[in-house]
Design a protein around this ligand. Structure first.
Ligand code: XMP
Length: 490
């Protein structure tokens, strides 16, 4: 009888990705027709429900820029100074801006040869010519320079430039700029103030590249969206990121159900205009404690590929259960949920959404891409990039130990909750994301749901035995060619 056992051992079961599969359902949804748009926080929508992890081997401005162009959201890590955080935000916000602010300019006294070299070095094919007061005198381009090359390279820019410049003022829109460019057969328009001083530049190349990214995550001003991780008590970083234009502030903590962390997150929410996502949590109770003020909840206690939290601390919740518990509460309050960590395949990502997440966050999946920080290393003929947990000794000694609520006391040895590793080099983020989202769309097709909210309602799980798991991976064959979306698990 039950009395032989302690009540302590009457425990609920918690499930993770490999324990479940999506039950296939009647469908008329072709994967390509599936709409992956979603909401990651109360006020931020994305066309692609994918975020990159706030880790120093994953998300800095280059990756955040590219993932936003592709429709997702990058979350800048916080192992840097507060000023650097603001600069990273600015870099993403400026990336695809209609009006370029860091304009390469020439002075009228430069020689043609000098300006030719300057343009080569800065990778531009033309430059406004300005005087010492930044007043626009003309514009010079490769076409103006060419007749001088080899003949009169010492001639000045003043002689070679075009001095009838078409300029525009702040507030010009892409369509107007293009019309002006066609009309005057020009490729760049200096933007000036009412005293004809240069404030920016609009280029044809810029307008066309913005058009290429029609799925991009953009704010109301058309700038790319970006998220920023801040420590649980870092009000200064939060306000700096907010002033720089960050769209979402992510409270970056391994255990956000700590009440001091929640108090501080509440204060930070009062200080910023951006949405505030609170994490990480993994239980219904934690969700209840944060849902009244958070603009989003991020779930994941120890599922990450580089995490040792569960081994070191003995605490954690397998991710499918964690997401489902938090989503029960969050859905009631209409607050979005992000599933963070443990996603190895596109199938895991769409299972997280089936469990109730609105979007997923990945670290290891993106760490091997070109856009992630760090260089490619070769070991035994194979290419890798570095990937490390933010709770690893290496990452914590460079700041951010407070994520694990640990004092960064110089004299004491860290008790890490993560490892430092290498991950296979993968090439472009665009192709990785294409595989990920393509697989997620397939899942939507199998379940017969055309939208993410529809999918969340319609999806049902079946429980998988370990024999079922083995059956689900390639088996009894030797893989001869690498697939772009599958590598066997060690
Ligand atoms: P994946 O599985 O995508 O997980 O590589 C990324 C997420 O893991 C979390 N993270 C950590 N968790 N120790 C941990 O316990 C760590 O050192 C660590 N570093 C990152 C984080 O939530 C990230 O988004």
């Amino acid at each position: 009888d039950d009395n032989r056992f302690s009540q302590k051992l009457t425990v609920p079961e918690a499930l993770t990705f490999d324990d479940v599969l999506l039950r296939p359902k009647e469908s008329r949804v072709e994967p390509d027709a599936a709409d992956t748009s979603t909401r990651v926080s109360r006020n931020v929508e994305l066309n692609v429900p994918v975020l990159s992890a706030a880790m120093d081997t994953v998300s800095e401005a280059p990756l955040a820029t590219e993932i936003a162009r592709q429709g997702g959201l990058g979350v800048i890590h916080r192992s840097m100074s507060v000023e650097e955080t603001a600069e990273e935000v600015t870099e993403v916000k400026r990336a695809d801006e209609l009006i370029i602010r860091d304009v390469v300019t020439a002075s009228p006294e430069m020689t043609v040869e000098e300006v030719d070299q300057l343009m080569g070095r800065s990778g531009v094919s033309g430059a406004p010519v300005v005087d010492d007061d930044n007043e626009v005198l003309g514009i010079i381009s490769g076409t103006d320079i060419r007749p001088y090359i080899g003949i009169a390279e010492d001639d000045t820019v003043r002689e070679a430039m075009t001095d009838e410049v078409i300029t525009a003022t702040e507030g010009i829109e892409a369509r107007e700029a293009l019309e002006l460019m066609y009309e005057h057969k020009i490729e760049r328009i200096p933007i000036v103030d009412d005293e004809n001083r240069l404030t920016g530049l609009v280029t044809m190349k810029g307008i066309l590249s913005r058009r290429e990214y029609d799925n991009a995550a953009r704010d109301e001003d058309g700038k790319l969206r970006v998220g920023v991780a801040v420590g649980p008590f870092e009000t200064d970083r939060a306000t700096a990121a907010d002033e720089a234009g960050a769209d979402i502030i992510f409270i970056d903590c391994a255990h956000a159900h700590n009440l001091n962390v929640l108090d501080s997150a509440r204060d930070i929410k009062q200080e910023v205009e951006a949405d505030v996502v609170v994490g990480n949590i993994g239980t219904r109770e934690a969700a209840e404690a944060a849902v009244d003020f958070a603009d989003g909840l991020k779930v994941g206690i120890g599922p990450g590929s580089i995490c040792t939290t569960r081994v070191v601390s003995g605490a954690g919740i397998p991710q499918i259960t964690a997401v489902a518990e938090v989503a029960d509460v969050a859905t009631r309050e209409d607050v979005p949920v992000i599933a963070d960590g443990g996603i190895r395949y596109s199938g895991d990502a769409i299972k997280a959404i089936a469990a109730g997440a609105d979007a997923v966050m990945l670290g290891s999946y993106f760490a091997g891409t070109d856009e992630a920080p760090g260089r490619v290393i070769t070991m035994q003929g194979k290419k890798y990039k570095q990937y490390r947990g933010m709770g690893s000794v290496g990452a914590m000694s460079e700041g951010g130990g407070d994520r694990y609520l640990k004092d960064a006391d110089e004299d004491e040895e860290f008790v890490p909750e993560g490892v430092e590793a290498a991950t296979p080099y993968k090439g472009s983020l665009e192709s990785e994301l294409h595989q990920l989202v393509g697989g997620m769309r397939s899942g939507m097709g199998y379940v017969g749901a055309e939208t993410i909210p529809g999918f969340k309602e319609r999806a049902e799980f079946v429980r998988v035995s370990s024999a079922g798991q083995t059956e689900g991976h390639p088996h009894d064959v030797m893989i001869t060619d690498e697939a772009p979306n599958y590598s066997p698990q060690e």
